[in-house]
Design a protein. Structure first.
Length: 231
């Protein structure tokens, strides 16, 4: 297996899932700032020019899989003993519900902050989009904070298994990795993680998990990039 990833990008999610599952895979760095995602070789893998891309080579050839939701579900099938997804039932449904919300709502909102040029070619309109999206993103982080708070409360009440409270269930997984990614992205655009104590606590716990620590080291990530505005 090969995972094509970019440091700090959403590919952090399957990167963590592969490590948590104990999978044998080759991590392949894609330097987005150098445009490597637009090279002919990469576009032959993923014509959309995005990360992540998972290449899973089997006896019948290689399968190229894109999109976080598809990769996570594929890895659940490939590594059933790892518990990538909760067992079939309401817990799995809630997991996929949250993953879909993260992927189709929280993630695109940040895109409006980070790449407003995708939505208009007028500089003034780009700034307006960015400013408005920061407020929307902050609201979504507050919703994510509520999810973390509820998970901690459920764990304290004995309703959530495992030694620590995780969004993904009994052990850390894709939801937690995505939550950390969103928190980190927010810190890049002036949103202080300290405003979201449950989310910040989850991120700090997650980077202490050995499998996740390997990903953080490989991607050379700094967890909190927030810098207070000058007085």
């Amino acid at each position: 297996m090969k995972l094509y990833y970019a440091p700090g990008a959403c590919s952090f999610v399957p990167h963590c899932v592969l490590e948590l599952a104990g999978a044998t895979f080759e991590p392949v760095l894609v330097k987005l700032h150098k445009g490597e995602q637009q090279t002919p070789d990469y576009l032959a893998l993923n014509p959309r020019g995005q990360v992540p891309v998972l290449v899973d080579t089997g006896p019948d050839g290689s399968d190229v899989i894109t999109q976080i939701t598809a990769i996570v579900q594929h890895l659940d099938v490939r590594f059933p003993e790892a518990g990538v997804l909760p067992p079939p039932g309401l817990a799995r449904t809630r997991f996929l519900e949250t993953l879909a919300w993260m992927n189709n709502t929280v993630h695109p909102t940040f895109t409006h902050i980070f790449m407003p040029q995708k939505f208009t070619d007028h500089p003034e309109a780009q700034q307006a989009i960015r400013t408005h999206a920061v407020g929307q993103y902050r609201t979504l982080l507050q919703e994510l904070e509520s999810l973390c708070t509820r998970a901690a409360a459920a764990h304290a009440a004995g309703a959530l298994p495992g030694a620590l409270p995780w969004l993904s269930g009994a052990h850390p997984g894709a939801l937690d990795a995505y939550a950390l990614t969103f928190m980190r992205w927010g810190s890049m655009v002036g949103i202080d993680p300290a405003q979201f104590p449950a989310l910040w606590a989850l991120a700090q716990r997650l980077v202490l998990v050995p499998a996740v620590a390997r990903v953080v080291e490989r991607e050379r990530l700094q967890l909190n990039l927030y810098k207070p505005a000058a007085a």
